[in-house]
Design a binder for this molecule. Structure first.
Ligand SMILES: Nc1nc2c(ncn2[C@@H]2O[C@H](COP(=O)(O)OP(=O)(O)OP(=O)(O)O)[C@@H](O)[C@H]2O)c(=O)[nH]1
Length: 569
């Protein structure tokens, strides 16, 4: 019983050529015993079944089994072996186009087939198929590749067989070619009788071609037992034909006839080998010698028919090979054209993308520039505003300067004139300011001016105009307050100034202010008249002892004392 299925399959496969009958027995045994097998072992068995079908000449069964293994085993190396064998089966079954397409595909895939055993099988079948396609040069190339990549310990018998087959077709062999002797010896040593027989049968052919029928016959007799023991049909046929031809050449017509008739009897109707045609040619020669005109003619007709059929088959194979090559070339060119078209499309796409990117870049740059421009304009505008504002302000105190106070005051007076509102002008002059400068210094005088300004500002209402008219004199234009309210506000300011001394390190510095007022309701909506009158009341306040608010002129002022010149507008 089979104990180790893997080992059993290995051993069975290894003797398929050297001991074919045992190989068949073992295949039958494994099917009979049906041991438990892994999936991969089942596929290996199927491959061996396919191999045996091919060996027996049952090509349709072989093809079905091998295609099954190639498509479904899932084992890349076993599939490669199955496909390689399928090539030979298809050729033998005259499916040339299929075989040559398969061969082209296998050549392309060759670098992927790394398993040494599978690679040997593929190279082996490629060489066979290409030789059969009338391409002995290529066949020789793959045979030599097979020899050069032979796994260590393997016999070179197989590759030598292919090499001599290709050399034979190239017309490069004669009966004493060392390749033939070497192949025979190597294959006999390896126990591969079928291949050794191939080499020896070629040698017989060469003897016959060299008109050495005796040597041919002698060699045939020597190898007959071996050939019969393999049972390999093409060899049996070849051997009998060679025997017929050799005997014919030696004048042993009866023996020759017998051998030729055995060839014919063995052949199947659709046999396309040259052996059958040649067998009829032997019979034709014999009948001709015998003077049997009708029989000779009959044999000759057979010969011509078979020979034509054989030659047709040879040219059909060569044509199929060329056709497949042309188709592959056309397909390759079509693929290249498509690839070029794709390249153009890809290029166009990338150009479009690049253009879009460039446009985006320009847009971003432009936007950046615009932003910068806007920011710059804003900055310029801000600076302009700042400069304008600076031009309107008094440098020391930050309130309106004289010129701007006069402008704004003019506008305000005109507005109030239109709506008959009330306007009051208060001129504020600090008292004895010269003394502050003299006693505390000019810097302290500056601080005192700013201090007073901040005290006054605390009392201002929105809309009140406050400006420095020069030195220690300030103008305050009030609107929207009744006469008494305006006076009260001026009074609050005066009190606040007097009550809020400037506090530095030393003792507090008290500053007082005199305020003279004028009202539009009394002098009219005219700025210079308002100034003129306020200046006069201010002068009156000073004369009256300072630190006070004056709204009217005293009798004393009215009698004789002239008022000061109004401030220039
Ligand atoms: N520290 C300082 N002093 C100023 C400034 N402008 C004017 N003065 C001083 O203010 C003083 C004004 O003096 P006067 O016009 O004599 O008047 P006063 O001393 O205030 O006396 P009355 O107005 O009569 O009370 C002068 O000593 C000027 O130098 C200024 O910007 N800073």
């Amino acid at each position: 019983a089979i104990t180790d299925v893997g080992l059993f399959l290995d051993q069975t496969e290894s003797i398929r050529l050297s001991d074919h009958s045992r190989f068949v027995q073992r295949l039958a045994q494994i099917h009979r015993e049906a041991p438990v097998m892994t999936s991969s072992q089942q596929w290996r068995l199927r491959y061996l079944d396919g191999w045996e079908s091919a060996f027996e000449g049952d090509y349709p069964t072989a093809e079905a089994r091998l295609k099954d293994v190639a498509s479904h085993s899932g084992d890349i190396n076993l599939a490669a072996k199955a496909r390689a064998l399928l090539l030979s089966v298809q050729v033998l079954n005259q499916k040339y186009d299929d075989a040559y397409r398969g061969a082209a595909a296998m050549i392309a895939e060759l670098p992927l087939i790394t398993h040494a055993d599978a690679r040997q099988t593929v190279l082996n079948n490629l060489s066979q198929v290409l030789d059969f396609a009338g391409q002995p040069d290529l066949a020789l190339k793959y045979a030599r590749m097979m020899r050069d990549t032979l796994p260590a310990g393997d016999s070179p018998c197989g590759s030598m067989a292919l090499e001599i087959a290709a050399l034979e077709n190239l017309g490069r062999l004669n009966s004493s070619s060392p390749e033939l002797a070497l192949a025979t010896r190597v294959c006999l040593t390896a126990g591969n009788l079928v291949v050794a027989d191939t080499a020896r049968l070629i040698r017989v052919d060469r003897y016959l071609a060299e008109h050495r029928p005796r040597d041919a016959l002698e060699l045939v007799d020597r190898i007959a037992a071996d050939i019969r023991s393999t049972g390999y049909y093409p060899h049996l046929l070849a051997m009998r034909l060679q025997r017929a031809q050799a005997n014919l050449a030696l004048g042993h017509d009866a023996v020759a006839e017998q051998a030729a008739r055995r060839v014919i009897a063995m052949s199947t109707a659709d046999d396309k080998s040259m052996h059958l045609a040649d067998a009829y040619h032997v019979l034709y020669e014999i009948e001709k010698k015998r003077g049997h005109g009708m029989a000779a003619l009959d044999d000759y007709e057979h010969y011509v028919k078979l020979n034509t059929s054989y030659l047709n088959d040879v040219s059909a194979r060569a044509l199929a090979y060329q056709r497949v090559q042309q188709n592959l070339l056309a397909q390759k060119m079509q693929n290249e054209a498509l690839e070029r078209q794709n390249q153009v499309l890809r290029l166009q796409q990338s150009l479009t993308e690049q253009a879009a990117r460039t446009t985006r870049l320009y847009a971003v740059l432009l936007l950046g520039l615009l932003t910068l421009l806007v920011l710059w304009l804003l900055r310029v505008k801000r600076l302009q505003l700042r400069f304008r504002e600076m031009a309107r302000r008094d440098g020391l105190t930050g309130i309106l300067n004289h010129q701007h106070f006069m402008q704004e005051a003019g506008t305000l007076v005109a507005e109030q004139a239109k709506r008959s509102g009330n306007v009051a002008l208060a001129l504020i002059d600090l008292d004895h300011f010269k003394q502050i400068n003299d006693v505390h210094g000019h810097v302290t005088g500056d601080l005192a001016l700013r201090h007073i300004v901040s005290v006054v500002q605390a009392w201002l209402r929105p809309g009140d105009l406050f400006g420095r008219l020069g030195g220690e004199e300030f103008g305050l234009l009030l609107s929207g307050c009744a006469h008494d309210e305006c006076v009260a506000l001026a009074e609050h300011i005066r009190e606040a100034v007097a009550a809020t001394p400037l506090r530095l390190d030393d003792e507090p510095i008290v500053v007082t202010a005199s305020i003279g007022m004028a009202f539009a309701e009394q002098v009219g909506f005219d700025l210079s008249r308002l100034f003129h009158h306020a200046d006069a009341t201010l002068y009156a306040a000073k004369r009256a002892g300072r630190n006070r608010v004056m709204t009217e002129l005293t009798d004393e002022d009215l009698l004789g004392r002239s008022v000061r010149d109004p401030r220039p507008a």
